[in-house]
Design a protein around this ligand. Structure first.
Ligand SMILES: [Zn+2]
Length: 377
């Protein structure tokens, strides 16, 4: 049997929104899709089969973290990231660019790439478009992301233009370095901060190079939802229609819904998994803060309509107790619930697109979110 080529099928549309299927070497991803973040080869506090049980069909791995620990060559020797982390389904890896600029101590950035010191042990490393692409190949990522410069925010237009053009030159080098294999893909990343002309230039440049999918980067960095959506309105219509579109690092449930309406197919965000550390749960009726003492005596589930293990088996009082007692199970239960909520939201969006009732679904979603949490007892 010959391997399945990387492919994106659009199954249904509703306005600008698309219901699709991405075929990769490790399986199919139904879109619009949310990708849980598995930074260091694990979605924190979750067993891989539990992640799959929430409905996730793909996870994201971080090149920066994995190259420093345990090292990309080691992962490759051990059979690749799928085997290493026991996640047989598709994996997308980021390029390392974002973390290098947000976590590491930068030593040099120039045309060639970035030299930085590890935040773990201070050791010196270099990331270039070629090395980032090689690392993602070693990890065996189904979807490789172009190495780009993470433009700071806020930024003047001139500096944003220089940064974006550097990323576009790097994108050409990633394209040249990428080893084509059936079922594997390389995505380009549109940059340009909050400047429409730069977003247009970047999208056109990437299209001329040609990628298997197109990501929109450099948003959800503090510009606010209105500006972010304005940038999508400028950028999305320019992207090749029959290629997946991925909005990086986004976001809150309403951001996902608003972006799907504009034709985005893929998302990743640490919000649902990071919440174990902040006590924040996402529900149909908005966010619930489980640190709040109002839950001390509350025997009701976090969300009575939710079928996740946290809601089926435990009370708000118990979850609140786990938080106060700093118990590890809190992280597992809250992560499970939040990922379940995000995946269910994506499934409902897909269903609404399929039957051509996205507008009604979105109206209902916003109404429910606006209700806020149930009244305290
Ligand atoms: Zn739940």
């Amino acid at each position: 049997m010959s391997p399945i080529p990387f492919q994106f099928q659009i199954v249904a549309t509703d306005g600008a929104a698309r219901r699709g299927r991405i075929h990769t070497a490790h399986g199919v991803i139904d879109t619009p899709a949310f990708m849980p973040v598995g930074t260091a080869g694990t979605v924190k506090a979750m067993m891989p089969d539990a992640v799959a049980q929430t409905g996730a069909q793909i996870v994201l791995g971080n090149t920066y973290h994995l190259m420093l620990r345990p090292g990309a060559e080691r992962v490759a020797r051990l059979g690749g990231l799928h085997k290493f982390m026991n996640w047989p389904l598709p994996i997308l890896t980021d390029s390392g660019g974002f973390q290098v600029m947000s976590l590491a101590k930068l030593r040099r950035i120039d045309e060639r790439g970035v030299v930085f010191q590890s935040h773990i042990d201070g050791s010196s490393h270099e990331l270039t478009p070629e090395r980032s692409t090689e690392i993602q190949h070693l990890l065996d990522a189904d979807i490789t992301m172009c190495f780009d410069e993470c433009t700071p925010f806020p930024v003047e237009e001139k500096a944003a233009a220089e940064s974006m053009r550097l990323s576009m030159r790097w994108a050409e080098r990633c394209r040249a370095a990428f080893k084509e294999r059936p079922g594997y893909a390389l995505f380009g990343i549109v940059q340009g901060s909050i400047y429409p002309d730069l977003r247009v230039e970047s999208a056109e440049k990437l299209k001329s190079i040609g990628f298997d999918g197109y990501a929109i980067g450099g948003l959800a960095v503090g510009e606010g939802q209105e500006t972010m959506l304005r940038m999508l309105d400028v950028t999305v219509p320019l992207l090749t229609e029959n290629r997946p579109r991925y909005l990086m690092g986004v976001g809150k449930p309403d951001d996902l819904v608003s972006s799907v309406l504009r034709g985005i197919d893929m998302f990743d965000c640490v919000l649902p998994t990071r919440s174990g550390r902040t006590g924040q749960a996402f529900t149909r009726r908005g966010t619930v803060n489980l640190r709040n003492a109002r839950h001390l005596d509350d025997p009701r589930p976090l969300d009575e309509m939710c079928s996740c293990p946290a809601c089926r088996g435990f009370s708000r009082a118990y979850l609140h107790h786990l938080w106060r007692a700093e118990e590890l199970l809190f992280h597992t239960l809250l992560t499970w619930h939040n990922l379940h909520y995000y995946q269910e939201l994506m499934a409902r969006l897909r269903q609404a697109i399929t039957v051509g009732k996205l507008a009604e679904f979105v109206a209902g979603f916003r109404e429910e979110q606006a209700l806020g949490d149930i009244e305290p007892l």
